[in-house]
Write a protein that binds this ligand. Structure first.
Ligand SMILES: Cc1cc2nc3c(=O)[nH]c(=O)nc-3n(C[C@H](O)[C@H](O)[C@H](O)COP(=O)(O)OP(=O)(O)OC[C@H]3O[C@@H](n4cnc5c(N)ncnc54)[C@H](O)[C@@H]3O)c2cc1C
Length: 540
């Protein structure tokens, strides 16, 4: 197993771009003013990413936000790559996490997605250096089990992050223990937006409260300016659409075609209800399968965020709210529920003319793996690369869009796999998902390679199949859902199939976990960032 297997291909490039030194590269003279329409998380993350590399060079960056349209106000879990975002901006966890009631996230537990005995629940971990000690054993055992050998292959037995989550431990090693654990975060999305807003203003970004009514196009069809309800006409060289699902510029002004993912991702609505939190602070998101979708539970320091993502093709919002309230023990409670619609899919061109779409305006894959902010990060950082190169050519547009689209498609395939491999039969929703044949060709090939027992590591690594997610994630999902021969068809391991002893792996993980402290305690006194360049190098 190579080191790269622990990182997603998608993100490795984001990380690399954030480490580049750029001061000596020329910006195109045509880019002096950038206007970002929208002040949600996408707007402020983009503003900070741009400011980091462009503000010192005289580019004026302005965020225009409507006083009457609110932000979406959900989106409270991240991938580990958000850590790279804050690192690149030199913002310490000890500063931003308490301000956003944030907690650490070691991964996601998927509960009740599978009915296969022993596989009703599994944990999708974020990778760590320590996993390099057990990854070979995991992949070996999974491959053996796919081929019928009765060996342990549940992912929870092989990864340190699963141990930490189970023990409510923070992914922050003791000072003497040099093994960094990759982790994501949970945070209050409104507070995160406010925090980023404040930081962006400190770093020279301008802010205007105004409601954009429409965009004015020039003779080439590019955006020349936007008009506001307050009577202003705001001009810029580049416009960034961070207006959320409205897609004010990319869709309403430029009519960029949109590709819906509704054929294989059925969920199109969500309900959010907060609940009080308990004394212990979990270090994981829990995604529990429900009758017509799944419910999230995200622990923050002052409350739990909960919600139900479901499909209105299969149940009404009222039915879904009732089911969520029942799940949360809130049937008789008057805690208000927020109902949201979701538009799932992506635009064909995220960079169209002089308009870049970032955030919900560019597309959205439902939040099962909490990947949306990663797209924000990736899209903004990649665009800065092109600006720094001074390349705004048509070819640059094409390359950029192909790259972002590939990330969307690869991530979509991974999310679809959660549904496709489910073994529930209790509702039409789950049966239709399992029977769905509308899969991308790479995903079809990956699933058939798995079923043939040939192993998928090589094909995933070469990005032929399984685009966007690393080998261990694919092995985790397929093994975690129990996609193996039935238990009564298993045979005793032969030859080297049974070479690894689970007791040794257990012992290793147990001893390693001893170096990590209680999550709640760590959050009371968040340690400074380790100067972790050398540690991070292991992943990238
Ligand atoms: C149910 C659900 C759960 C989610 N969970 C996650 C998760 O766990 N992790 C994750 O990464 N992401 C998640 N997301 C996605 C995440 O919420 C968004 O990606 C993120 O909040 C960024 O949103 P945004 O900034 O693009 O849009 P918004 O938050 O909608 O912001 C839009 C902005 O545009 C402005 N605006 C709109 N119209 C105008 C106008 N006419 N003039 C001027 N300004 C205007 C608004 O004022 C606002 O500031 C989730 C989304 C949903 C629906």
């Amino acid at each position: 197993m190579r080191d790269e297997d622990t990182a997603t291909l998608f993100n490795r490039s984001a990380a690399e771009s954030s480490r580049k030194t750029v001061a000596d590269r020329a910006l195109p003279a045509s880019v002096r003013r950038i206007v970002i329409v929208g002040g949600g998380t996408a707007g402020w993350m983009t503003a900070l990413t741009f400011a980091r590399s462009l503000a010192d060079r005289g580019t004026e960056i302005t965020v225009v936000e409507s006083p009457s349209v609110g932000i979406i106000g959900v989106g409270e879990g991240s991938t580990p790559w958000l850590r790279g975002f804050f690192d690149s901006l030199d913002i310490e966890e000890a500063e931003w996490m308490p301000a956003c009631h944030a907690t650490y996230k070691c991964g996601i537990t998927f509960d009740r997605w599978s009915t296969k005995p022993g596989f009703e629940r599994y944990f999708h971990p974020f990778a760590s250096m320590l996993d390099n000690l057990t990854m070979t054993q995991f992949v070996h055992n999974v491959d053996a089990r796919v081929n019928g050998a009765d060996v342990p292959a549940h992912p929870d037995r092989f990864f340190i992050a699963a141990r930490l989550a189970r023990g409510n431990l923070a992914p922050k090693p003791a000072e003497h223990f040099p093994f960094d654990i990759w982790h994501g975060y949970h945070f209050d999305s409104v507070l995160l937006g406010q925090f980023l807003h404040g930081k962006a203003l400190q770093r020279g970004v301008r802010y205007k409260t105004a409601h954009v009514t429409h965009a004015n196009l020039d003779e080439r069809g590019a955006i020349a300016s936007v008009s506001t309800r307050e009577g202003e006409v705001v001009e810029a060289d580049i416009f960034v659409d961070c207006s959320g699902f409205a897609g004010l510029l990319i869709d309403q002004a430029l009519h960029t075609p949109f590709i819906s993912f509704r054929d294989n991702l059925f969920n199109d609505a969500a309900i959010a209800i907060p609940t009080p939190c308990g004394a212990t602070v979990p270090a994981e998101t829990v995604a529990t399968a429900m009758r017509h979708g799944w419910a999230w539970k995200i622990p923050l320091t002052h409350r739990n965020g909960n919600g139900y993502v479901f499909s209105t093709q299969f149940c009404s919002p009222d039915e879904a709210e009732r089911e969520l309230r029942e799940h949360l023990g809130l049937l008789d409670s008057d805690t208000p529920a927020r109902h949201l619609k979701m538009k799932v899919g992506r635009v064909t061109r995220h960079w169209n003319q002089n308009c870049l779409a970032v955030g919900l305006s560019q597309g959205f894959i439902e939040p099962l793996e909490a990947t949306a902010l990663l797209f924000v990060q990736q899209t903004a950082a990649t665009f800065v690369e092109y600006l720094e190169r001074g390349d705004l050519s048509e070819t640059a547009h094409e390359q950029f869009n192909a790259r972002i689209n590939a990330h969307f498609e690869g991530t979509r395939d991974y999310i679809v796999t959660h549904y496709k491999t489910n073994s529930r039969t209790d509702t039409e929703y789950w049966r239709t998902n399992a029977a769905n044949k509308q899969l991308s060709d790479p995903l079809k090939q990956l699933l058939s390679l798995w079923m043939s027992g040939k192993g998928i590591a090589g094909a995933v690594r070469q990005q032929v199949l399984g685009r966007g997610y690393p080998v261990f994630s694919w092995y985790s999902i397929m093994a975690g859902m129990g996609i193996f021969p039935d238990r009564d068809a298993l045979r005793p391991p032969q030859g080297k199939e049974g070479r690894y002893r689970l007791a040794e792996i257990d012992d290793l993980l147990h001893r390693s976990a001893g170096n990590y402290r209680d999550h709640g305690e760590v959050l009371k006194n968040i340690p400074p960032r380790r100067k972790a360049e050398s540690l991070q190098a292991y992943f990238w």
